[in-house]
Design a protein around this ligand. Sequence first.
Ligand code: SF4
Ligand code: SF4
Length: 100
Amino acid sequence: MKKMSIAERLGTVSYVNQGKSEAKPHILVDTDICNHTCPHKATTYVCPANCYTIDEAGKVHFQFEDCIECGTCMYACDQNAVTWHYPDPESGRGVKWNFG
Ligand code: SF4
Ligand code: SF4
C-alpha cells in the first residue's frame, strides 16, 4: 500500500453533519489574546489541520471546521485563549474515523 502524505491523510477525514452551516464550534479561541499578548503564537505552528493561521498583517485567525480533534492546541496554548470541548454529534461537527 502506498504511503500517504499528511495532506492525503487529512483528505480522508469526514465529519458528522458535514456541510451543516449551523454546526457549533467545539473550540473557542479568544483571538484578542492571540493578537495582543501572545508572545509565540504556538498553535499556528503545531495544528496539523492548519486551523490556526496568521495573515499578512500578522493577525491570528481560527476556524474549527477542519479540526481533527487531536487536542494539540489545548496543550500548546499556555495563554488561556483556547476553550476546548468534544463536539456534540448533534449540534457540532465531530470527526468520523474512516480507518478505525
Ligand atoms: S498559543 Fe494561544 S494565545 Fe497564542 S496564538 Fe495560539 S491560541 Fe492564540
Ligand atoms: S484539536 Fe488539533 S486539529 Fe483541532 S484545532 Fe486543535 S490542534 Fe488543530
